[in-house]
Design a protein around this ligand. Sequence first.
Ligand code: 2AM
Length: 177
Amino acid sequence: MTTPASLRLFFAVQVPAAVRADLARACRRLSSDWKPVAEPQMHLTLAFLGEVPADRLAEVTAAGDRAAAGGQPFPLTLGATDCFPNQHQPRVLFVKADAPPLIPLAAALQKDLAAWADPKPFKPHLTLARRQGGRAAHHALQFAHSWTVDTFDLVQSVLAASGATHTVVKTFRLGGA
Ligand code: 2AM
């Protein structure tokens, strides 16, 4: 097998299986103008890096190690849905995440990996579905899922016509260790 010249990477907080199952249940009630995110791929993006040369991977994992060592486990709550860019012309239906420590964690990764990291302001969210039809409308849903985040992952995304495949490259434990 040949090693790819670059890897499409992002950092993400994973979601407990029971929570993903409940979110996927809600997605099954969306209109066909929405394409739900596949249940195993539901996550909260911390920092999107895009294509990183394979020979720079060690720099990315070192930044993950530093960010993890500078953090501590924290509670995260998923609440109401909202849309990007707005509810009137929605392209993305997401669930808002309430977890203030996500902000400095994402900022640390974005700053340390500024060569690659998407510079867009970080908004803690979990994407539920993306618009695939012209009549996609906001769905106001309310969730009440909470759990303790004690790790985050570096994930490789491989794009294909049938959809993306996500593979965990490395898991980072908050607080180091
Ligand atoms: P999301 O944050 O809305 O879920 C992998 O593609 C993940 O990185 C997805 O969850 C995706 O969207 C997020 N992401 C953030 N910025 C991105 C960008 N510029 N291109 C592709 N994905 C991006």
